[in-house]
Ligand binder design. Structure first.
Ligand SMILES: [Zn+2]
Length: 145
C-alpha cells in the first residue's frame, strides 16, 4: 500500500507560489515533517541550487545541514525534497531517478504551474496520494518532549 502524504496548507501554498515562479535555473529545497505510517510535511525550505542549472540541481550542503539541524531541534525530520523543472514537465528526469536512490522519501516536482508529489523508493517513483491539511488550532509541539 502506498503511503499517504499529509501536507500542511502553508507548505502547499508555498509550493504553489513556486509553481508561479519556477525560476530560470531549477529552484530546490527540502521538506520537513514526520515520517511514520503516513508522511507529514509541515515545512518547506528553499536551498540554493549550487549547479545554477535549468536542467539539474544540487542542494547547497551548508544550507542542507542547517535545515537538518533546525528540524532536529524541533523534533522533526527531513522527509523530502522539492525542485522545479523550468524547462521540462513535472515528471522525474533521469537525474532525478539517480537522486531518488540516494535520497528516498517524498519528491515534489514543479513545472508548468503544476505541483506533483511522488514517493521515491527502491522501485523508483510512485505518484503519492496527497491530503492538504488546514492548520490546527492546537500547537503541534508535544509537552512530553
Ligand atoms: Zn528534476
Amino acid at each position: 500500500m502506498a503511503k499517504r502524504v499529509i501536507v500542511d496548507e502553508n507548505v502547499e501554498k508555498f509550493l504553489q507560489s513556486v509553481a508561479e515562479n519556477p525560476g530560470e535555473v531549477e529552484r530546490c529545497g527540502l521538506l520537513v515533517g514526520r515520517a511514520g505510517k503516513d508522511v507529514e510535511v509541515v515545512e518547506a525550505h528553499e536551498v540554493e541550487n549550487v549547479k545554477a542549472s535549468a536542467v539539474e540541481f544540487e542542494l547547497n550542503p551548508v544550507e542542507v545541514l542547517r535545515v537538518f539541524e533546525r528540524a532536529e531541534q524541533s523534533g522533526l525530520d527531513v522527509v523530502g525534497v522539492w525542485h522545479t523543472h523550468p524547462v521540462g514537465y513535472a515528471k522525474p528526469s533521469g537525474k532525478d531517478a539517480m537522486g531518488a536512490s540516494v535520497f528516498p522519501g517524498v519528491w515534489v516536482i514543479i513545472a508548468r504551474g503544476e505541483v506533483r508529489w511522488y514517493l521515491a523508493g527502491e522501485k523508483g517513483f510512485e505518484e503519492a496520494e496527497v491530503e492538504v491539511r488546514s492548520p490546527r488550532s492546537a500547537p503541534s509541539s508535544s509537552p512530553s518532549s
